[in-house]
Design a protein around this ligand. Structure first.
Ligand code: ZN
Length: 209
């Protein structure tokens, strides 16, 4: 049975199925980039407010590298979820659900499509940022010279759209959790709530590459 048929079977008797997705749907193998080494640090460590403040040069160089994920295309998992046509709550920052054509996507951690200033309103799409960016020297806001970052939620910053996500979970009688470890507070509250209210929960973390 392929993934789409499997998921359809799981939600066929559900009135309001919802899916939470995490990085393992974009990177189905074990070689998750979050565990990879960037300039001697893990991505997990770098994408934090503390790291931005203490080591901006490595921070911004890493942002430039992961901005290249904007070239990624949706895979069979994104396509299957799109076919289900159900609300999506995602930890992913790559926009691949939207690119696959999914309509209702709640992004908890922002996305990598733009660079934004940490102080003023300056923002620029990643692919137009090359005129400012040179990986050999740190890049600051051209308006106010403050540090910039991809438009993502760093560790130490508040999760976005959490109340929208909660609203969906309240309505969900079935919750699919695909490719997420749900190890980040308060995202882990979502499946705890679903569990508490008796929603059916289906977790899939292994995908063929
Ligand atoms: Zn600025």
């Amino acid at each position: 049975m392929d993934l789409l048929d499997y998921l359809k079977a799981k939600i066929q008797n559900s009135n309001y199925p919802v899916v939470i997705t995490g990085p393992r749907i974009t990177f189905p193998s074990d070689t998750l980039p979050f565990k990879a080494n960037y300039f001697g640090h893990s991505l997990n460590d770098i994408l934090s407010l503390d790291f931005l403040q203490s080591n901006y040069e490595i921070f911004i160089k890493t942002c430039i590298l992961i901005g290249e994920w904007n070239k990624k295309k949706p895979n069979y998992i994104h396509e299957s979820i799109k076919e289900l046509d159900i609300p999506i709550i995602t930890e992913n920052i790559d926009m691949l659900h939207t690119i696959a054509g999914s309509k209702k996507v709640i992004q908890l951690l922002g996305n990598i499509q733009d660079f934004v200033c940490t102080k003023c309103n300056f923002s620029i799409p990643f692919f137009q940022s090359k005129k400012y960016i040179n990986i050999h020297k740190p890049f600051y806001c051209p308006e106010c010279h403050s540090p910039i970052k991809l438009n993502i939620v760093l560790k130490g910053e508040a999760i976005r759209n959490f109340h929208h996500a909660l609203n969906e979970i309240y309505k969900a009688d079935t919750l699919l959790i695909l490719g997420s470890d749900l190890d980040r507070w308060p995202i882990n509250k979502l499946n705890q709530l679903a569990n508490k209210q008796g929603s059916k929960i289906i977790i899939i973390n292994e995908f063929k590459v």
